[in-house]
Every structure is written in C-alpha cells, then in structure tokens.
Ligand binder design. Structure first.
Ligand SMILES: *Cc1c(COP(=O)(O)O)cnc(C)c1O
Length: 468
C-alpha cells in the first residue's frame, strides 16, 4: 500500500478569463488594470487554480511577484498598439466576433509554430501519419494523449499556447494507446516514451492507466523508461497526495517499476516557492516511494526566475527532496517572447553562477539549452579563439544522432536570444548542419529508424532488448 502522508485535501477550483472578476485576490487592482488583464487574456491562454492563488502567489508583492508573473496576464505581454486595440474593443462592448478576430490577428503575429514542430516531426505507421506523436530524436517518442491536453494552471510563457487558444484544434492529440504500442513495436531503436501535453497529469488515473499499461508488455521490452512531462507537482501537488485517485496513481507507478521499466516524472518547477509547501514536498516523497524519480526542468524566464540565486535555491530544494535537476531551457521563440526572453549571454552567466553554488549533486543539470529545429543546442561556454569571441555550442539532442555531443561555434553576440540570431564563427557562411536540415524540410525526409535490416538485436545485462 502506498504510504499515507498527512496533508489536508482541498477540492480543485479553477478560474479562467471569464472568472477574472471573481478571483478574490484581484480586488486589490483597479478597473483599468483588470481591463488590461482581460485584454491580454483574450489573446493568450489564462487558467489558474485556487491553490496557486492561495499558497504560491505572494499578493503583497504583485505585480512583481514571480508566481503572479508566471500565471496572470501582464499588459507588457502584448505590443502597446495591440493591447490598446483590445482594450478599446472591450470598452466599447464590441461583439464577440470582433474581439475574436482581433485576438486571432495578434495571435498569428506571435510565431505560433516555431522550430519545425508541425511539418518535421510526425511519425508514420503503415504509411499513415500519427498526429498525436512526435519522433524527433531516435531514442525518445513524444506522445500527446488526447485527454491530457490542458493543465491545472497555464504558464504565461507556455510554448504550447496555440493549442489552448484554439489555433491548433488538438492537432497533436492522440486518441489511441494502440497506435503508440504498434509504432513502438516497429521501432526497436526507441527506448523512452515521453507523455506530454498539455499536462498528462490532468488525466484521471484510470485514463492514464489505459495509455501506460500497454507499454509494460514483454514485446516492448526495449522501452527502458516512461516519462511524464508535468507541471502538476508545482500547480496541483494534491494530484499525487490527496486526490481521490492519488493512491491508485501510486499503485500504477509501482506496476511500472515492477514491470522493469523506470518511471520518471519530468517535473516543471520554475521557482523554489513551488517546492516550499508541505503538499508539494509530500508529492515528491510519495512519487519516490512508488519507485519513480522526479527530474526537474524549466525555462529561464525574465520576471520569473532570471537570477542565479533563484536557480541555485531551486536546485538546492530539489536536492533536499532527492529530486534531480535536469534541464534549464531557453525561452522559445514564440508567444510573448519579447516580455520573457533573456539574452543567451546573460542566460549563460546566470546558469554558471547558479551552477557554481551547488555541489556536484546539483550539476546533473544542463543548460541553457535551446530546443530548436536541428536539435537541443546547449550554450556550453563563451571563449576567445584566435582573437574571436565565440559561443561554444553543443548538440545535446539532434535530428541526426551523429551530431549528438558535437561542439560548434557561433560569433559572440551580447543581444542574441535564440539560435536563429546567431551566425557561425570564423567566417563560415552557414552552419555545417544547415544543408542537411534543408534536405529534411524539402524532401520530406524521414530518418531511417526502425529499419530492422539495418540493426542487430542484443540483450543487455539487465535483460533489455536493444537494437544497434
Ligand atoms: C527534449 C526532447 C526530448 C527528450 O530529450 P532528453 O534529452 O532525452 O530529455 C524528446 N523529444 C523532443 C522533441 C524533445 O524536445
């Protein structure tokens, strides 16, 4: 039986744009400020629950409070002309259709589909595309369960924001666990399945079970780990502790462990305050008691966590709980990025200063890392090579696995916030991988993964089947 931990339960209550007037703590704001929030919330997704409002936001320090910035719409997220136009329409009580049309126009100006997400990553089963999956890196398949396409609370910087404002119409949602299992059976090179969303932990345990149990079958023994990308340990830790089906969830995770797979909760913690409550700490403890590990990742975000102290405190809180610092990401090139972005040079400094303050137990973290079209690109250093100041970059993940762990160099640029603003160092005209990316984009290239005539079967010492 999962161990019980004494934490009071609370019902889940959620507020969306239409409820802004009903959030008690917002009473402190004037009408104009509320109107600006509503204007932004017509364009960008907004959803918050009362645990976040009551326990995580420090209302004596709004609007600067980091968790308030993380969850509530801020006027600076839209260009001044855009927010003024939305405010005017709201003041005039404009018809819904007109508000929606204006919101759409603004949304489409915010680069809703960065990094080749749409055209390049959709895997196929028997010649048919599998829209609820992405297979970008050889070892790992991303799976987007259709019932996990929302979150307990939305982050204002979310890079998946288009699906929450109806721009994507659940483009990524997979209906069936069957197609996942069938795909994996044909792809022995995959050893990790990553459930993502939205947030898969909005699903009831009995629904999640339908997706996870098929992955425990013997014929999928090449699957070493099942990962769940989630913000629930921060926004609704009750999911793991006091919700009706929390015990059943722990039992499911114990089954995964007993079946010889590893379950890793890829927890999105943006700020140490999210780990400060008794229920948040209890969630981590219960997950570990069920044989799961908690690995922690978040982007570096201006107004939320853009200083070294916050990150070293965050990593230290994780170490205390036995959770593992994993990735520091760079804010993606979409949505209200101008409000949140931090230049790569400054991101590297913040990372380095925070990294210096933790012991080796915290230096499992890697970053700052950009999830870009060619792969996950780490800013690994700033150096001077033969008189030229450069960024030392490195592929942590790549579309072509032969690029992984390869370093390359960009001209130093103090302002650049994303790889597309960087230029290759030493006078190179383009990146060495650029022609290969073009070929992938132009010729509908699919990686030759899963071609069994090209691979050899081997059983590891641990009893896993591996193909090499
Ligand atoms: C980050 C990511 C993964 C997982 O990468 P790891 O380095 O194994 O954590 C898989 N697929 C995509 C598309 C990703 O962005």
């Amino acid at each position: 039986m999962p161990k019980k931990i004494a934490v009071a339960s609370r019902p889940f209550r959620v507020y969306t744009r239409r409820d802004l007037d009903r959030i008690p703590q917002l009473q402190r704001f004037g009408n104009d400020e509320l109107l600006a929030m509503k204007a932004v919330a017509h364009v960008l997704p907004f959803r918050v629950n009362d645990y976040v409002c009551d326990e995580l936001i420090d209302w004596d320090h709004v609007p600067a409070d980091p968790i308030f910035q993380l969850t509530f719409p801020q006027p600076g997220m839209l260009a001044p002309t855009d927010i003024d136009r939305m405010i005017d329409l709201l003041r005039q009580d404009a018809p819904d259709a007109e508000l929606q049309a204006e919101a759409r126009r603004i949304q489409l100006s915010l680069n809703p589909h960065p990094a080749g997400q749409v055209e390049l990553n959709v895997p196929q089963l028997d010649g048919e595309p599998l829209p609820g999956m992405q297979h970008k890196y050889r070892e790992t398949v991303l799976f987007f369960p259709s019932s996990g396409q929302t979150c307990h609370t939305y982050c204002t910087y979310c890079f998946r924001w288009p699906q929450f404002v109806g721009l994507d119409e659940l483009k990524f949602a997979a209906r069936e666990a069957d197609s996942l299992a069938a795909y994996l059976q044909q792809h022995p090179e995959v050893n990790s399945v990553l459930f993502t969303g939205g947030d898969p932990m909005v699903m009831k345990t009995r629904v999640l079970r339908r997706y996870i149990e098929p992955l425990l079958r013997r014929e999928l023994d090449h699957i070493v780990s099942i990962r769940i990308g989630t913000k629930a340990p921060a926004y609704w830790p009750q999911r793991f502790v006091t919700d009706d089906d929390a015990d059943d969830l722990m039992a499911l995770f114990e089954e995964v462990h007993a079946a010889g797979r590893h379950l890793a909760l890829m927890a999105h913690y943006s700020h140490p305050r999210e780990l400060s409550t008794a229920v948040a700490q209890a969630a981590v403890e219960r997950l570990q008691n069920a044989g799961a590990t908690v690995r922690c990742q978040a982007p570096l975000i201006r107004h939320v966590n853009d200083d070294a102290q916050t990150w070293s405190d965050l990593w230290k809180s994780q170490i205390v709980l036995g959770a593992v610092p994993y990735y520091m990401f760079v804010e993606r090139d979409t949505g209200p990025r101008h409000y949140f972005e931090v230049p790569l040079a400054r991101a590297f400094d913040i990372f380095t200063e925070a990294y210096r303050r933790v012991s080796g137990l915290g230096r499992t973290v890697r970053g700052p890392s950009m999830s870009a079209t060619p792969g996950k690109v780490l800013v690994d250093g700033i150096a001077e090579i033969r008189g030229e100041k450069v960024f030392v970059l490195k592929f942590l993940q790549a579309r072509d696995q032969n690029w992984v762990n390869r370093v390359f160099f960009a001209r130093y640029d103090e302002q650049a916030t994303w790889i597309d603003q960087l230029r290759p160092a030493f006078g190179e005209q383009e990146w060495w991988f650029e022609s290969m990316i073009r070929a992938m984009q132009q010729q509908g290239w699919q990686p030759p993964w899963g071609d069994r005539s090209q691979v050899r079967k081997r059983v590891t010492h641990f009893g896993h089947v591996e193909w090499e």
